[in-house]
Design a protein around this ligand. Structure first.
Ligand code: MN
Length: 250
């Protein structure tokens, strides 16, 4: 039994020595949960060594669905845990939001997955049923006026991926078989089945969100921490230190 256990045991991934890392899953406009979780992270971090490097990483999908998208971005811009190195990754919802503001036609689909709630949070008057190019263009112009330049700059500055030791972080995952440096944005932001069903070793353990799971999914090659906060009320944070893994959640 012991032999079997040892044989199937995955190799042990670690973050760089002296680092405690907090990775936060998909927030989707739930500023209330973000507030609670950041307080929990702040309390938790008090147990780290004084000279520890504290890293706070967000996996993207800050906006849409929940009603507090603007408030989430404001809170992230305020850098609530200022002693932390903070990394913001881009999610597909941020990409769609930016695309809408820029007038990218395909981004008009954004409304099908939560964009109206984001505009609502910026006090953009929402027509009962936005339809037709001229109405969409009018809505876009109002949105451009309503969204502060600092918010647009924040979204544009979000990274596509990040590496810490044996872990890599990306909103949706990676395309199996493609080195991290050559991954396409479309895959990093949107991929599902080809990544989720893959048992391949991606070189790093991939920490991701994007696909809702009831509780964090831990596989040898990936960890999913999107616990569907906007509907479930559960916003999840993965804590990594040395070879240790644990979770905080609302
Ligand atoms: Mn997503």
């Amino acid at each position: 039994m012991l032999g079997w256990f040892n044989k199937s045991r995955p190799s042990v991934a670690r973050v760089p020595d002296g680092t405690r890392l907090y990775a936060v899953g998909d927030i989707h406009g739930r500023d209330d949960l973000l507030d609670q979780l950041l307080q929990a992270i702040g309390r938790d971090a008090q147990s780290a060594r004084d000279d520890a490097r504290r890293v706070l990483l967000f996996l993207g999908d800050y906006v849409d669905r929940g009603l507090g998208s603007r408030q989430v971005i404001e809170r992230l811009l305020r850098r609530p845990l200022e002693e932390f190195e903070t990394i913001h990754l881009l999610g597909n919802h941020e990409e769609a939001f930016l695309g809408f503001l820029a007038g990218t036609p395909i981004a008009f689909d954004w409304f099908k997955y939560g964009g109206l709630e984001t505009l609502y949070s910026y006090d953009v008057p929402i027509p009962r049923r936005p339809s037709g190019p001229s109405e969409m263009e009018a809505l876009r112009r109002q949105a451009v006026e309503a969204v502060p330049a600092a918010h647009v700059a924040f979204l544009q500055d979000c990274k596509l991926w990040h590496v810490e030791g044996d872990y890599a972080f990306a909103h949706a995952g990676v395309r199996p078989g493609v080195p991290l440096e050559r991954q396409q944005a479309d895959d990093l932001l949107w991929i599902r089945d080809a990544f989720l069903s893959s048992r391949a070793n991606h070189g790093k353990v991939i920490v991701h969100g994007h696909t809702i799971c009831e509780r964090p999914e831990i596989r040898p090659n990936r960890i999913n921490i999107d616990t569907g906060a906007y509907a479930s009320g559960r916003l999840t944070c993965l804590v990594l230190e040395g070879v240790e893994r644990r979770f905080l959640h609302t």
